[in-house]
Design a protein around this ligand. Sequence first.
Ligand SMILES: [Zn+2]
Length: 305
Amino acid sequence: MTTIDELPDFPHFTGMALDRVSVERKDADWVARIMADSTAREVIAGRDAVAVADDGAPEVLRLAMTETPAEPILLGVDAAGAGLFAVDLDDLPEHAHPDDNGAKIISLRDAGSQLSPEEGGLAAYAVALLNWHRRHRFCANCGAATTVAEAGYSRHCPRCGAHHFPRTDPVVIMTVEHDRRLLLGRRAGWPERRLSVLAGFVSPGESAEEAVVREVQEESGILARDAVFVASQPWPFPASLMLGFHAMSDGGEPRATDGELEEVRWVDLDQVRAALRGEEAEFLLPPSVSVARFLIERWAAARGD
Ligand SMILES: [Zn+2]
C-alpha cells in the first residue's frame, strides 16, 4: 500500500521558480533594461495551452525576444537574472508560430503531467496571467479600454483612473469522510465512469470552511463538519485557485439535490484504493494532474490498513 511519505508534497502546477519582481516591475526603466538585455526570453501560451521544447526532458519553450512589445507582460526573472515575458499565442504573427521552431503546443493539462513542477508551475502562471489580460481589456468600472501597467501585474483605466489587478477565483474542493468511506460524485459531461470529490466556488461573504459545508450540503444533502485545509493548487481554466480540504461527516444517504451532480454516493476505502491502482472496474478517479486526485491519494494513504 502507498504510504503518505511516498506521495508528492504538493499538487501539480505548483513550484514556479521565477522571482516575480513585484517591486522592480513598477519601474518602467528597469523593465525596459531587462527587456532589451540579450538574455531576455519569451514564453508563448494560449487560453489553455503552452509552447514546449522537447529534447528528451520537455520544458517550457523560451525564445529570444523577437520584438519589443509596447505593453510587456513580465512573468519574472530567473536565477541568472534573465527576464521572462509572456506572449499570447493568439497575438503571434503566422510566421512566428512555435510549431515552425522545433517546438510544439501542448494543452495545459498535459503540461501539468509531463513537465517538472517548476516548468508546470511556469506554464500555469503564464496561462493564468494571459487569461486575465485577455478578459479584462475594458474597465469594469466605466467600460473604457484599459492599458497594461506594472509590466503586466495590473491594468489601468485612463478615463476613470481605476486600477485593476489580476484576479483568481477561489474554489473549495474536499474529501468528505464517514466510516472509512469517501463521498464521491459525478458531473454530467465527465468522461464515462469518472467519479471525483465535490467542489464549488466560494461565495462573497463566505469563508472557505463555510463554503465546504454549504457546497457539500447543496450537492449531496450530506452535512460536513470539521473542515481542515490540506493543500491548494492554481487551476487556470481559466482563473481558479483550488483550496483543498478534508472534512468529516456523520453519514446519511447522499442525494443529488441541486442538479449539479448526476450521481453522488459513498465509496469504501478498499474500492478507492483499487481505483487508484487502476483495478476498479466500476468507476475511474480523476487524473493525477488534478488536486482532486492529490486529495484522494492522501486520504487513502493516511487511513492505514
Ligand atoms: Zn474606467
